[in-house]
Design a protein around this ligand. Structure first.
Ligand SMILES: NC(=O)C1=CN([C@@H]2O[C@H](COP(=O)(O)OP(=O)(O)OC[C@H]3O[C@@H](n4cnc5c(N)ncnc54)[C@H](OP(=O)(O)O)[C@@H]3O)[C@@H](O)[C@H]2O)[C@H](O)CC1
Length: 329
């Protein structure tokens, strides 16, 4: 397959924009935005919503850095945690772009507010410990630590602590936890329960799948968005890939996977897509010889969407991310 000509930077920008859009949808109540365009307005109704974005060492972390910047442009108050900064030029630039819009970059996830001292917002300072000193509650915590290249039985430090701290914020502060592409520490081809069994206790409220949901998403039970609207129509047509029909200018589309049934609410094409995705999940189950009881599944003509999509992904991964994913078992 010839390259559609996108650079990693472009894909990451669109992926991060999708994440920001989904986060905004989930936490901002219409009419109570509490923020202005391009971060300029202080908001007229209540305080700005606060987002904490925890970014890992790879491209999943890059998506988080991009999302943070867009959230500020959407009028939210964003803080980034970036424990180990990449020295790659693009990532150095992404950090700089965050700083340029006033986003603090911390090294560690602050303690949940219920377990730390509370300070006035204007007393803000970040210190070496990574605690932002405000003991404040974040409305949303974005898990951009690991995506589909997470490997091994458990996350290594400093990420194990970061993942535990995110769960803590969800439990103690009621922050909405949004995972980017794959909840950190989950096996992309497995099920969420596997992660818990391995000591990773992260259960997000919201998942933003990029380009398409991965296998584990079958067992995900929260709100689920698909984003990453960048597959060129000609390429999709050439390979017969039928992507979701995103509504108007949207970068994301909410879908539902419930008892093996996928649905979405964005028109006929999207229903076709949902059925195809369902068939893709079925096929994977068959390949893995896992017996499942799928009731009420809509079977339609499937043009091997899964294989074509897998082929597309593998090409993109080889091109942009190296062959890490395919060489490990
Ligand atoms: N599909 C799309 O539309 C796009 C997806 N994007 C995002 O990219 C990620 C995948 O990015 P990648 O860089 O390949 O990988 P990750 O970010 O998932 O993680 C790789 C880093 O994680 C380290 N790692 C792996 N396992 C562990 C572990 N057990 N403990 C600690 N650290 C771990 C790994 O380090 P190694 O030393 O092990 O190699 C890497 O540093 C995808 O999910 C999307 O979010 C793109 O933005 C473009 C569009």
């Amino acid at each position: 397959m010839s390259s559609p000509g996108f650079s990693l930077e472009q894909l990451m920008e669109l992926a991060g924009l999708s994440v920001a859009e989904a986060v905004y949808d989930v936490i901002v109540v219409p009419g109570e935005e509490g923020g202005g365009k391009d971060g300029g307005g202080g908001g007229t109704k209540g305080r700005k919503k606060r987002a904490l974005l925890v970014c890992g060492p790879g491209n999943n972390g890059g998506d988080g850095l991009v999302a943070a910047r867009h959230l500020v442009h959407f009028g939210l108050d964003a803080t980034v945690v970036y424990p180990v900064r990449s020295t790659k030029t693009h990532f150095v630039n992404l950090v700089r772009q965050c700083e340029d819009v006033g986003i603090p970059i911390l090294e560690r996830v602050p303690a949940a507010s219920s377990t730390s001292h509370a300070c006035a917002d204007d007393d803000y300072h970040d210190d070496e410990s990574g605690d932002d000193g405000r003991g404040r509650r974040y409305d949303v915590v974005v898990d951009a630590v690991f995506g589909f290249s997470f490997r091994g039985s458990a996350p290594r430090e400093p990420y194990a602590s970061a993942i535990a701290a995110m769960s803590d914020m969800r439990e103690k502060d009621g922050s909405v936890l949004v995972s980017v592409d794959v909840p950190s520490g989950w096996d992309v081809d497995g099920a969420g329960g596997d992660a818990t069994a391995r000591g990773v206790d992260l259960v997000p409220d919201v998942l933003v799948s990029l380009t398409a949901p991965k296998v584990f998403a079958r067992s995900f039970r929260g709100r689920h968005f698909v984003g990453g609207r960048f597959l060129p129509p000609a390429l999709a047509e050439k390979y017969g890939i039928r992507m979701p029909q995103y509504p108007d200018t949207r970068q994301t589309m909410e879908v539902e996977i419930d008892d093996g049934k996928v649905t979405c609410d964005a028109g006929v094409d999207s229903e076709d897509w949902a059925a195809q995705y369902q068939a893709y999940l079925d096929e994977i189950e068959v390949e893995k010889k896992i017996e499942v009881d799928l009731k009420d599944v809509r079977h339609v003509k499937v043009e091997d969407w899964s294989l074509q999509y897998a082929q597309y992904c593998e090409e993109k991964e080889r091109e942009f991310f190296g062959s890490r994913k395919t060489t490990e078992g």
